[in-house]
Design a protein around this ligand. Structure first.
Ligand SMILES: [Zn+2]
Length: 272
């Protein structure tokens, strides 16, 4: 018996959107947030129903809004003038960090002129716990010092590893100290219900202020040192290939595993 398979290759083009504040300094700080989401669903969606628009208010209109806010403020902050600032709104994040990976392989500024990178992916759901994750602080010895900045009542939680499911990973893999701000996953993650009415706007402003404090704190220091973290395999960027059908609560640090959400209609994976 002969089995025929046809593969239809579908190509799509995405565009990163880049802005630059030139302070005529040798070093540049990258501030990034992906702007793509899932459209009407499809691969990556955790929603099982009639096609419906996935607006992605938290993931990641929230990060883009904070990025635009920072781009406005950083033009006028006298205590943040020792670096240039490159703002990148990435495309193709949800499909596998395509936009940030492309930029890191085809950079518009020399990689060794980059001081550090700050990524914002899902910063719209600050809740009454005031918990904010700063992921990947193992990527520079300077990062732990910015987790307890005065004047903020945010409750900062941290992870070490430079590899994570968002765009800072692409910079870490190029040897750039890179962190990720994150207010945690939620049950609306990758569903049409991730919408604007559930976003905490004052919370986003508080996170923007915190990031501004990080930038001004680091303004006087020389270029940040880079450290490799204890990831087992740095040759691969992670992809969302959840097969348990659950969304773990990434902010939970108690015993066991807490679940933020489930994939509707997901069955246990078949062994391969
Ligand atoms: Zn995202």
């Amino acid at each position: 018996m002969v089995v025929h398979t046809d593969i239809i290759r579908e190509e799509k083009t995405g565009h990163n959107v880049v802005g630059f504040i030139n302070n005529n300094k040798p070093d540049t700080v990258v501030i990034g947030a992906h702007y793509d989401h899932l459209g009407f669903g499809g691969e990556g969606s955790l929603y099982r129903g009639e096609p419906a628009i996935h607006n992605g208010a938290d993931d990641n209109a929230s990060g883009v809004a904070v990025l635009m806010h920072l781009a406005t403020d950083l033009q006028h902050m006298p205590n943040a003038k020792n670096n240039n600032y490159l703002f990148i709104a990435f495309s193709g994040e949800a499909k596998g960090l395509y936009g940030s990976n492309w930029w890191s392989q085809h950079p518009t500024l020399a990689i060794d002129s980059l001081n550090y990178m700050i990524n914002m992916d899902m910063v719209g759901r600050l809740d009454s716990t005031n918990d904010v994750a700063i992921n990947s602080i193992g990527t520079s010895p300077s990062w732990p010092g910015i987790t307890k900045l005065k004047g903020s009542n945010l409750n900062i939680k941290t992870t070490e590893g430079g590899i994570g499911p968002s765009d800072h990973t692409s910079f870490y893999l190029q040897g750039v100290p890179a962190i990720h701000f994150f207010t945690g996953s939620e049950e609306d993650y990758h569903k049409p219900t991730d919408d604007a009415d559930k976003v905490n706007y004052p919370g986003m402003l508080r996170i923007a202020r915190y990031i501004e404090a990080v930038i001004t704190t680091l303004n006087d220091s020389t270029k940040l040192a880079f450290t490799k973290t204890a990831d087992t395999d740095t040759s691969k960027t992670p992809r969302f290939s959840v097969t348990l059908g659950v969304v773990p609560d990434y902010m939970y640090d108690g015993k066991g595993l807490r679940i933020d959400g489930i994939t509707e209609g997901k069955r246990p994976p078949k062994p391969d």
